[in-house]
Design a protein around this ligand. Structure first.
Ligand SMILES: [Ca+2]
Length: 455
């Protein structure tokens, strides 16, 4: 068995490459958080791989039940002819859910007629924010930000954005506008930095900056938070103003998501100046990283607040199958890699195929085989009445936009949209106009706008 690496010591902070934006007036706060972490016991909560001989990689008969990706075998045959085969659909592994409504909800076809406009095409992009003037601010996978006007004009890259380096393909979050953006023009942006030398870890940073009056540059940029092995995928501002940061695990089967020190496979919570909130859930846990908010994730690539409750919901990629929709509780442990409805990328079972354990949170919903969920949003607009209160998720390998019907916080129906376009989808959001915007995960990316069909 692979022995998990010893938890990283935070002295690695000192070796990080500096970029211009890191010369911050807030360096003191980051240093305070750093020294706090450095004083902690690094082994607390570390997860150990179960002892024993590695099991053989099991095989599962392929198909014909691949409803988890495409909706039905007939649908899949049609899509295979149109888009090419989907590598996930023939996986025959179908784990038994703990709760009956946790997977493969009834496939629905809503009566909502709509058309799709291609608003713009631009270099491969990650995520978007909606600016008050009706334009979009979009982050690019290779780094940088561009504005896209309401009529689809794409700006030059914004000045003042940091250099970034990828971790598992995605190296940055979308820009996230502060709730007072209309007054302050403040936004947040997370990204990873390459290791400075071989053998050293990458680091993740959260940047706070002001969008210039003409929208062409980031100004007054400051690093408010930084940790080694932080891989920020999404940032959401909670109702109380704090920032919730989803950070990915890179290894297929863990082990870092159960570590109480390492930021991999976690949701972290910080104040908008980078300080640690006094009510973070693990402050009294000996040795714990004080920024931790919830633990036990693989790779969250979508996150949004439920507009009715203010709770954070996330979409999570497991290695092979078992992708999850989760509703986040303060201090919750979401189980990876102790429990999972998926398997490692090699096909090996994760922790013997265990899918449930007392004290570990179950997903609201999961997909086996994988759809690779990305951006997530709740819809509460007026443009699509039939979709009110739905959850939308982009899907990368699933090449679709998923819409889920919720009832009392449970999934009661699943609709697969945009499949005929054969595109990976990376982000989905609701514009201030109530329309739905989608970024495809392609080179180039398209920005799609869903518009109700005229009667
Ligand atoms: Ca989980």
């Amino acid at each position: 068995m692979v022995k998990p690496p010893a938890p990283r010591r935070t002295a690695e902070f000192a070796t990080l490459r500096e970029t211009p934006v890191s010369k911050t007036r807030n360096a003191t706060k980051a240093a305070t958080a750093l020294s706090l972490i450095m004083s902690l016991t690094p082994t607390a909560g570390a997860w150990s791989q179960p002892a024993g001989t590695p099991a053989a990689i099991p095989s599962f008969p392929t198909g014909p039940d691949y409803a988890g990706v495409s909706g039905s075998p007939a649908q899949n045959d049609r899509l295979a002819a149109l888009c090419g085969a989907n590598r996930n659909v023939k996986d025959g592994y179908v784990p038994k859910p703990l709760l009956v409504d946790q997977t493969r909800a009834a496939q629905v076809k809503s009566k909502q007629a709509f058309s799709v406009e291609v608003l713009a095409s631009l270099d491969r992009s990650v995520a978007m924010a909606f600016l008050p003037d009706g334009s979009l601010l979009v982050s690019q996978r290779a780094g940088g930000l561009r504005r896209v006007s309401a009529t689809g004009q794409v700006s030059a890259p914004l000045k003042g954005t940091p250099e970034i380096s990828g971790v598992m393909g995605t190296s940055n979050t979308g820009p996230v506008l502060d709730r007072d953006f209309a007054k302050t023009r403040i936004l947040y942006y997370g990204y990873t930095l390459a290791p400075r030398a071989k053998g050293e870890p990458y680091a993740g940073r959260i940047l706070k900056a002001r969008l210039s009056a003409d929208g062409a540059a980031l100004e007054d940029a400051e690093t408010i938070f930084e940790q080694p092995n932080l891989a920020p995928r999404r940032i959401v501002q909670a109702r109380d103003g704090t920032l919730l940061i989803a950070s990915a695990e890179v290894a297929s089967g863990g082990p870092n998501p159960q570590s109480m020190t390492d930021p991999r496979g976690k949701i972290l919570r910080i104040a908008t100046d980078g300080a640690i909130p006094k009510d973070n859930p693990f402050l009294k846990t000996p040795g714990a990283n004080p920024a931790l908010y919830a633990i036990g994730f693989r790779d969250i690539q979508g996150a949004a607040l439920n507009p009715k409750t203010g709770e954070l919901w996330v979409g999570e990629n497991e290695p092979m199958g078992g992708d999850e929709l989760n509703r986040i509780k303060l201090g919750g442990n979401y189980g990876f890699p102790l429990i999972s409805y998926g398997r490692e990328n090699s096909g090996a079972m994760i922790n013997g195929g265990k899918t449930a354990q007392d004290g570990l949170e179950q997903p609201v919903y999961f997909w086996t085989p994988s759809i690779a969920p990305s951006g997530l949003t709740f819809y509460d607009g007026k443009a699509f009445p039939a979709w009110k209160n739905s959850v939308f998720l982009g899907a990368m390998s699933g090449r679709q936009l998923v819409r889920l019907d919720l009832k009392n916080g449970r999934v009661v129906g699943e609709e697969k949209l945009l499949m005929d376009r054969c595109k990976r989808t990376k982000d989905v959001g609701q514009g201030p106009d109530g329309l739905i915007y989608v970024i495809t995960d392609e080179s180039p990316s398209e920005i799609l706008r869903l518009v109700p069909a005229r009667k």
